[in-house]
Design a protein around this ligand. Sequence first.
Ligand SMILES: CC(C)(COP(=O)(O)OP(=O)(O)OC[C@H]1O[C@@H](n2cnc3c(N)ncnc32)[C@H](O)[C@@H]1OP(=O)(O)O)[C@@H](O)C(=O)NCCC(=O)NCCS
Length: 248
Amino acid sequence: MPTGFAIEPMRLEDIPEVVEIERACFAMPWPASAYKRELKNPSSTRYLVCRHYVAEPVLPSLDAPSHRKSSFVAKVLPFLKSDQEASPAHAPNPNPLVGYGGLWLMMDEAHITTLGVSPEYRGKGLGEFLLIGLIDVAMALGASWLTLEVRVSNKTAQNLYEKYTFKVSGRRKGYYTDNNEDAYIMWSDEITKLAFREKYKQLKAELLNRLANRTELAAPAGTPVQTDPARPLVTPQEQEEAAMHDEE
Ligand SMILES: CC(C)(COP(=O)(O)OP(=O)(O)OC[C@H]1O[C@@H](n2cnc3c(N)ncnc32)[C@H](O)[C@@H]1OP(=O)(O)O)[C@@H](O)C(=O)NCCC(=O)NCCS
């Protein structure tokens, strides 16, 4: 299996690492219990993580449950019930979690609830990598639009979303209670339309190419990056639904 970065479904055992990044990202971090609740509601929520595979994963052993085993299983058999079960002990992971994101699906709208990258990994395309993971999931689930709230001062995040067609459609006064800051409400273009699909395909190809060519991101240097976030994240049934959606 290649080393590099991979997008995977978030599992309960990822939560301690997620919460650590969350604290570095947000003034009002969600507690671990909020993520546990989200993961227990897989019918309308999807949460992803980006993990940096520094070490070669060890093939799973049937009698020794470990983080690596679950991680391996998550790649080949996504959304198995066992993936959602926490491992009893949390040991430091040699392949650190570097970012995460999530969405809620409401009818044909995918609401991005969170997106964060560890400060030392920012500016390397990983926030974008996670966003395309979320867009792929939204498409596979049959969503027509993506929407989100973002602090009016958070130009970095707004730039990222604008790159993927999001536009400001409104403002929520005092949405963030820590400093009473307003939120912009942003909506993407219609993701089922050909114009979006073509633009998205091109942006995604550019990003994946950029990630694959940034040798400082892969460890050991020069080894391939696993850059297809779509495949492990949707069930065969979801893929079928997405294909039907595409044909409409
Ligand atoms: C927003 C965030 C997820 C971006 O992640 P990242 O990995 O640093 O971003 P990427 O390297 O993937 O950059 C993607 C795009 O974001 C924008 N961007 C990234 N860093 C930027 C910066 N310092 N200034 C302005 N725009 C920036 C650019 O549009 C960039 O595209 P480009 O490379 O073509 O210019 C990250 O800064 C973060 O975790 N911030 C704290 C949490 C947060 O604000 N989350 C969003 C909540 S709505």
